[in-house]
Design a protein around this ligand. Structure first.
Ligand SMILES: Nc1ncnc2c1ncn2[C@@H]1O[C@H](COP(=O)(O)OP(=O)(O)OP(=O)(O)O)[C@@H](O)[C@H]1O
Ligand SMILES: [Mg+2]
Length: 212
């Protein structure tokens, strides 16, 4: 049986797609799940993250990786899907035909919004594509800063979108950038209790949505 497919998409660059994919992947891996990763972004950040990881930790047979674009996407998903409980798809900052291809195969769509109105504006095309594909979609509030005016404004704008935000959020923390560069998930990094807790809460909420 093939695994649940989660597409992480957002037209705005730097909103946290790769951060979300890598951290959810490690959270599920730590739960004993077999995780598949598909990178459809030619920037290749997820593959570089995995290269760094494997240099220090070695390969893990429960963490499969593939890259694909265009018509290769379905085939790649089938390939890793047979060996994974959950597949996380990282995508480029676009809303194009490759994203449509991923959305067609996905069980859930997550759209990260870092704390900026520009990120909220940039959600519309992916929301539209996900809606046309009939896929359940949620906003993920990333780089949150409680008690700031911008945080409040962005939360209000997100509340007006057609996709509900996940309850779990990721705060703005240096540990996310550090862990990404070191090929880790924040749950593996030292001194990251708050970040680990929010990532685990998010992984738990997402598994609940997928019934896994
Ligand atoms: N919650 C966070 N706290 C602090 N830094 C973060 C957080 N989320 C992401 N970042 C940092 O922001 C930068 C962009 O994040 P990331 O690469 O995940 O975005 P992206 O959406 O994948 O970008 P692209 O569109 O270029 O693929 C990275 O340096 C990352 O470490
Ligand atoms: Mg990325």
């Amino acid at each position: 049986m093939s695994g649940e497919i989660i597409c992480v998409a957002q037209q705005k660059g730097g909103a946290g797609k790769t951060t979300l994919v890598s951290n959810l992947a490690i959270a599920y891996l730590a739960e004993g799940k077999r995780v598949g990763l598909l990178d459809t972004d030619p920037q290749g950040s997820l593959g570089k993250w995995l290269d760094v990881r494997e240099e220090t930790l070695g390969e893990n047979e429960n963490l499969q990786f593939a890259t694909a674009t265009a018509y290769g996407i379905s085939r790649a998903l089938r390939g890793i899907g047979n060996e994974a409980d959950v597949i996380l798809v990282d995508t480029p900052p676009k809303a194009d035909s490759d994203i449509r291809q991923v959305l067609r195969e996905s069980d859930l769509v997550l759209i990260p919004v870092a704390t900026s109105q520009a990120d909220v504006w940039a959600t519309h095309d992916v929301l539209d594509l996900a809606d046309r594909a009939g896929k359940p979609t949620h906003i993920v509030m990333n780089r949150t800063r409680t008690g700031t005016r911008v945080g409040e404004d962005v939360a209000n704008s997100v509340a007006g979108l057609e996709a509900r935000p996940l309850q779990a959020t990721l705060a703005n923390r240096v540990i996310y950038a550090e862990a990404l560069g070191r090929g880790l998930g924040v749950i593996e990094a030292k001194r990251s209790v708050a970040a680990s807790n929010e990532v685990r809460a998010m992984a738990h909420e997402v598994s609940g949505l997928l019934g896994m």
